[in-house]
Ligand binder design. Sequence first.
Ligand SMILES: [Zn+2]
Length: 419
Amino acid sequence: MIGQLGLGYQAWRAQWLSKPKLDQLRTKRLRHTLAIAAQLPFYRDHWKDVDLTEITGPADLRGLPTIGKPDFRGRLDDITVPTFNESNARVTYTSGSSGATLRLTHDWPSTLYCNAAWIRAHMAYGLKPHQRTAYFRFEPVKQGLTAKLRIFRNEFVPFESGDAILADLRRIRPHVLGGYPSYFADLIRMVPHDDLRALGVRWLYAGAETMPAPLAKQLKRIFDCPLIDMYGSTEFENMAFECTHGNRHVTDDSIILEVLNAEGEPAAPGEIGDIVVTGLRNDAMPLVRYRIGDRGAWSDQTCPCGRNFMLLPRLEGRSLEAVVTPTGKRYPVILLDEDLIHIDELFQFQVVQEAPDRLTLNLVCAPGTEAETTQRAVKALVDVFDEPMTVTPKVVSAIPRGSGGKVKAIIPLEQARGN
Ligand SMILES: [Zn+2]
């Protein structure tokens, strides 16, 4: 218990550290992580051409090769410290965008630190410990220490009928609604908007899937409150959070987040590139320069909130989720929804790439507006591309969920063909 509170305090303090103190902490944690990794067969092979004595701090990390899930599929025991197992560590699985799962082992101190980092993320945008969250996802999450202490209480709301959801929400009286964007899309279709607004929710927060811009706009209008996007993963837990200034800060005390350009070199501020992450907390399964599959851009600006954690103003979601045109141009969701954003009657969409030049646009529309919404959405999507693309609309009542209960805004060609 004392240990847990101690780690919580450390996480709380870390966000307010001066730049030199933060650099010191990151260097110390990185050296510790590299020392553990260097003992594991996977990294011994992977780093056989590297002189590890030259890697003395975060700036030297570029001297190490990056790793991805395909590199250690089948070699999980080689990347996990052998003294850790289900009896003394937390074992989780990720659902990859391909549907392939990966087993992850997290030691308990890192789990506790990451829990504290989630609490810190909630508090950064103003949530108080006594406030309640109602959340929607495909299954309830396990309740931890915070539930026992009755702080940041959260309650799972199952999706049965609109009436049942509303009854649950009226009983919980949540300050916050949290969940996957696809569940928010279902919510505003199943429950009358006046009833939702009357709940007086103060914040909405979304994660796990890419939030479609038209849905974000619709949610803000219905609930008349801010919508906060959290960036996290099963591998590293909370990776970035928003402060009250609306800036997204990377959790620099628990990860080193690098943005790499197409040549694999550090991207300049503002330049979109692949996100590569080194975990600084998990002694059971160190992930060093791990290609997480997301893209984004960092900023060298400082935030008036006083946190020295790096800013990540752009985040594109999973890099696999992109339409690739016949000439090879990539269109992630962030580009595709630029025009769709202006159609209020479009609640949710999904672009399925059937062929290099042919897309199916699945649409969830405001009732009674299907014909007009479809016409506008198709035009908006066709206009995004610099080359001719055929878009076939399909009005649906809900976007089907994929593996792990997630809904994807884009089903890329290779996955559409695999279905
Ligand atoms: Zn800030």
